[in-house]
Design a protein around this ligand. Structure first.
Ligand code: URA
Ligand code: SF4
Length: 219
């Protein structure tokens, strides 16, 4: 039997990966982290200096700000799963190159399948490009769209918002809307998911109601 693809299994493969040139310059690969039960998955671009040193996503300045943004949604870092499109730091924080994005793509796909989140929040354009290749972030940020079995909300990258006063109020508004959008996503996905193993108790028929005292005696 094939071993089930778990987040831990994927993380251990990422930590030892040499599928693109970024492995040569990294200190540590950054597989991503969060509870296996998370309903929300956040996907950034790639590790920066601090992330590369620690092997953990969003632990530098952008990460601190991300924590504040999650707070606006009544969430803590520990409530969500956080990862990146490329798992190893591009030298000097340059943009990831097409061949690096392509080499790393399968890990993200597997992480999405393993976590099966209700909502994916893409942070920045590389992450958004995985789902909406032609969209403009300034036009679609904060708008939730169904993609396959889940919902995707593109948002600005926290680091970009920190440095651009135009994006700052927008990213805050978008995060503040997350609880409302999560409620919508939960309801919509409940409609399409298979019925639970235990059926909901049905109201008793008239006959069952009269039967009840008799049945009780049996126990
Ligand atoms: N920026 C990202 O896109 N990802 C990180 O993990 C940190 C900063
Ligand atoms: Fe492997 Fe991705 Fe790191 Fe490239 S960036 S070495 S594909 S984990």
């Amino acid at each position: 039997m094939p071993t089930p693809d778990s987040l831990a299994q994927i993380a251990s493969e990422v930590s030892a990966c040499a599928k693109c040139a970024l492995h040569k310059t990294r200190a540590k690969a950054v597989p991503g982290e969060g509870p296996e039960t998370a309903e929300i998955m956040l996907i950034g671009e790639g590790p920066g200096f601090n992330e590369d040193q620690q092997g953990r996503p969003f632990v530098g300045q952008a990460g601190k700000f991300l924590g504040e943004l999650l707070g606006l949604a009544g969430l803590k870092r520990e409530d969500v799963w956080i990862g990146n499109v490329v798992k190893c730091r591009p030298p000097n924080n340059r943009d990831p190159m097409p061949e690096e994005l392509q080499a790393c793509h399968a890990y993200l796909e597997r992480q999405i399948a393993a976590l099966d989140p209700k909502i994916i929040v893409t942070l920045g354009r590389f992450s958004m490009g995985k789902f909406f290749p032609t969209a403009r972030i300034s036009a679609v940020h904060g708008q939730m769209r169904k993609v396959g079995d889940r919902f995707v909300i593109p948002m600005f990258h926290p680091a970009a918002a920190l440095h651009n006063p135009t994006y700052l109020p927008l990213i805050k508004q978008d995060f503040a809307k997350l609880p409302e959008l999560l409620e919508i996503a939960r309801k919509e996905l409940a409609k399409t998911s298979p019925p639970p193993v235990l059926a909901e108790p049905k109201p008793l028929s008239e006959a069952q109601k009269t039967d009840e005292p008799k049945q009780m005696k049996l126990f």
